[in-house]
Design a protein around this ligand. Sequence first.
Ligand code: HEM
Length: 306
Amino acid sequence: PSLFGGSPRPARESPPIETQEAGNAAADHATAADESTDGTRKPAAIPAPPRVIAPDAEVEVDIGIARSPGADAASDDGQATPKASAVRPSHPVPALALSGPEPPQPPTAPTPSTLMPPPPRPPTLRPTNPTTAAAAARRTLPTPDRQPGSSTLAPPPSHSSKPAKPSRTVVLSPGHSPLDWARLSSDPGADLRGLARDSPYLRVTPSMLRRQTGRRGKDAWTVLGGKVYNISPYAKFHPGGVPELMRAAGRDGTRLFGEVHPWVNYEGMLAACLVGIFVAEEDEVVGSGGGGAGAGAGAGDMEAMD
Ligand code: HEM
């Protein structure tokens, strides 16, 4: 059989598509060979030529399965094959075969393609020319010149940061949460100093302080930063527990306090428990209590008594 005769040829193993038509040379070659003398073009390897459907003709729906020349006759046996009205094609539609001796080649010009044009190419992600690349590099944020170990992700070093020790907080009894303490200590009606109402701030000497241990019916006093506080009302609210707190009772607790929780704002928490200031023994002056000096009077008033 002639190579260009249009008769089916045995399929070859994975032939390259370009050479399938002519079997040897370029596709142009094959195109030229498939053109008949009258200039009309026939697909080279399709058994049946492309069927041109007349606009008003009633035709069978071509479902794209390869047909042999006798297939039409076989389907004309009166079986109830659904008929469909042809849509009006604007140009001849070639018959396509999914399988067969050789796939049909798409028609070349002058037949206009019915295929959709390819989608537009997405923009390239990387700049390809050096000018664009340089512009992109300028747009990136400058990298800060950091020293090793100076990551900003870590919390900044601070004297108020908690040491990484296991917590020694205790379970507080109901009604003794920090919030409960905040509520109680801000209540002006609560007497947390343990002194006579409206008594002035006291000048507390070491001997006075030693007697205020929280035992034998006396309140526990401690000194924090030179101020004397009555810590008895706070004891059950202390997150570190009563025994821990009482280690500072009757003595200057500044060092102990600072060792455990220097970040705690004792001045704010214990403002309502302020008894007075801590003075040396010889500086002791017992406040008279008279003169109407109230809780609003400060250490300055006591100094004025000297
Ligand atoms: C006198 C005033 C004091 C106040 C107002 C006070 C207040 C507090 C507060 C608010 C906490 C909770 C801290 C937190 O969870 O971050 C705490 C915990 C603690 N306190 Fe005090 N405290 C005082 C005195 C003392 C003293 C004198 C000691 C020991 C000698 C002490 C030992 C502790 C301990 C061990 C904890 C548990 C710390 C932890 O979380 O591991 N506290 N205190």
